[in-house]
Design a protein around this ligand. Sequence first.
Ligand code: NAD
Ligand code: UDP
Length: 313
Amino acid sequence: MKRILVTGGAGFVGSHLCERLLNDGHEVISLDNYFTGGKRNIVHLLDNPYFEIVRHDVTMPFFIEVDEIYNLACPASPIHYQYNAIKTVKTSVMGAINMLGLAKRIKAKVLQASTSEVYGDPLVHPQTEDYWGHVNPIGERSCYDEGKRVGETLFMSYHKQNNVQIKIIRIFNTYGPRMHPNDGRVVSNFIVQALNGNDISIYGDGTQTRSFQYIDDLLNGMIKMMGTDDTFTGPVNIGNPDEFTILELAERIIRLTGSKSKLVFEPLPADDPLQRQPDISLAREKLNWEPKVKLEEGLVKTIAYFEKLLGEQ
Ligand code: NAD
Ligand code: UDP
């Protein structure tokens, strides 16, 4: 049994990770300031004596004795991370410094939840880890993209200078139950719109692409990455290489929900990447990992979650 700290433990990914680590027999501490996450995501875990929650902001130092740290604290949806851009940068940068300082002091292993956004609007397709990216440093997305890029820099620097055991994963668009219904991300938006019979909001002409990974596949990749030997730091892409246009996603969600919603076209947000698909050769080789859940199967589970949630409101 390990003692494991999950920052951002009350968020979409973090809450699933806490649950999975508890089920695997570990002691888990969730640290969260509840900016975008909520206690509703973890309330079902509170009876577990091996689970603790701490209300704390990762931009402030935090001390605890643990074996492993998963650093997930950071708003992930564009509307949330753009709401307070300065805070987003602070969360990524100061959060990384605080968690790396803690890991150094207590000799813990620390994993950074980085993102495909480090590739920006990519000029290389699919994206391999050795691609340096194409990021606008002063654009709408820069607080998140550049914050996460500095996060990676800090992780590598603490590893090289101070021998901290680090792991960096670059997560590609992930979806599943417990996504916030109003966080503006495309899968949750379309499902909620379809279930409510509202228009489906396609930004741009809908030909931009994304590759959608179901949450269970991400959890397997994260945990495998944490378990790799000390010589492997990453970064490693964790995502599903099946690529779809946003229009294809909308059509599938309409079909699976049996909705009568119509498509409406709205302006494409600034710096919205036109294509995104992970090359996962490195994850296959180093982690013996690849995603298992097909889009349709994951969407059915996610739709069932939102149907129940909307029924309760
Ligand atoms: P989320 O918004 O649901 O969860 C983030 C959590 O971090 C929330 O519970 C929030 O309250 C907490 N948080 C935010 N700022 C904080 C702070 N200063 N101090 C303490 N807690 C703070 O997002 P998510 O989808 O669960 O993403 C989790 C992590 O994975 C993020 O770091 C994100 O960048 C990364 N990621 C996610 C995706 C995805 O598709 N979901 C893709 C790439 C990377
Ligand atoms: N998108 C859309 N309609 C929506 C929400 C998003 O067409 O209601 C598009 C968005 O412009 C982007 C893609 O879907 O091209 C994925 O958006 P999301 O915010 O989920 O993730 P990210 O852009 O960070 O990959």
